[in-house]
Design a binder for this molecule. Structure first.
Ligand code: TD3
Ligand code: ZN
Length: 305
């Protein structure tokens, strides 16, 4: 059934596991995520960014997800990822999303508070959950301490931010970043900061930019012609530690994109006679499903639905 993010994340927070928010980009990625959740008996967050909405169409996304969720014997939410403005938030709330993120992380503190407060007003009126972000996503390697303080989430500011906005979940910056190139040197996250934020707040915390960029997928993609030199993600051990310190929602996009690309490249190279889209995208869907299942096991959400 379709539920809000709160209904999925509050139990996760209380019981010490995390729920994956997996980004969809097409029918196959949605099917991969839904099938993985069914097989793992895991609660689920289906995430769409504004650029995915532009690519696939808002009504298509809502109809497909609502139809899938209706038949699912587990809680699933439809979440707007990185909503940039109140107009997008309102559109998604009106269209049937059950959760929205308003991303004011690039704004000054007071402006971020103001836009988040308005998003909360719009969403809560319809019973929709809201996620906001405080701090900027960026790697922390080779950065001076003073520099870090400027973009990582400040635990005291986080407390004030949540009090002043009434937001349901908060995305924190502790050294992760989006995409396939997260670190040049050793992967490093600021776990002490996460501990301090967790102590100050009693709402679910969210980790963006959490893909692990599995080397076996990079190797497979590279074997079939991809150029992904230097791709590096968050080690699975770091993810486990972040969950043990209080992260309840984990965003994954890059690992699905990589699995998709490696599988499509392999199919086209190994079977150059193929030109049926289903034969090209079928194995890619299977590869994405395997990634999602392994995340659900890593996050501890398997068998929690
Ligand atoms: O919010 N997202 C997904 C959308 C960002 C564009 O890819 C994430 O935090 C995903 O992070 P990652 O590590 O998969 O790039
Ligand atoms: Zn993100």
């Amino acid at each position: 059934m379709l539920v809000t993010n709160n209904e999925v994340l509050v139990p996760a927070m209380k019981n010490g596991y995390a729920v994956g928010a997996f980004n969809i980009s097409n029918l196959e990625s949605l099917q991969a995520i839904v099938e993985a959740a069914l097989e793992e008996r895991s609660p689920l967050i289906i995430a769409a960014t504004p650029s995915t909405i532009k690519y696939a169409g808002l009504d298509n996304i809502v109809l497909l997800v609502r139809n899938a969720a209706k038949r699912l014997p587990l809680p699933a939410s439809l979440h707007l990822d990185h909503g940039k403005d109140l107009e997008t938030v309102k559109k998604c709330v009106d269209a049937g999303f059950t959760s929205v993120m308003i991303d004011g992380s690039h704004l000054k503190f007071e402006e971020n508070v103001a836009i988040t407060r308005k998003a909360v007003e719009i969403a809560h009126e319809k019973g929709v959950s809201v996620e906001a972000e405080l701090g900027r996503l960026a790697g922390i390697e080779e950065t001076a301490v003073e520099e870090r303080e400027a973009f990582l989430t400040d635990p005291e500011a986080a407390r004030r931010f949540v009090e002043e906005t009434g937001v349901d979940a908060l995305a924190v910056a502790i050294g992760t970043s989006h995409g396939a190139y997260k670190f040049k040197g050793e992967p490093k996250l600021d776990f002490e900061r996460l501990k301090a934020i967790r102590r100050n707040l009693d709402i679910p915390l969210v980790l963006h930019g959490a893909s692990s960029v599995p080397q076996h997928i990079i190797e497979k993609a590279t074997r079939y012609g991809a150029k992904l030199k230097g791709a590096k993600g968050i080690p699975e051990e770091h993810i486990k530690k972040a969950i043990s310190l209080g992260i309840s929602k984990i965003n994954i996009d890059t690992d699905l994109r990589l699995a998709f690309t490696a599988a499509v490249r392999e199919t086209l190279t190994v079977s150059p006679e193929i030109f049926d889209p289903r034969k090209i995208l079928g194995p890619a869907r299977q590869a994405m499903k395997e990634v999602v299942k392994s995340k659900m096991r890593l996050f501890g959400s398997s068998n929690k639905a």
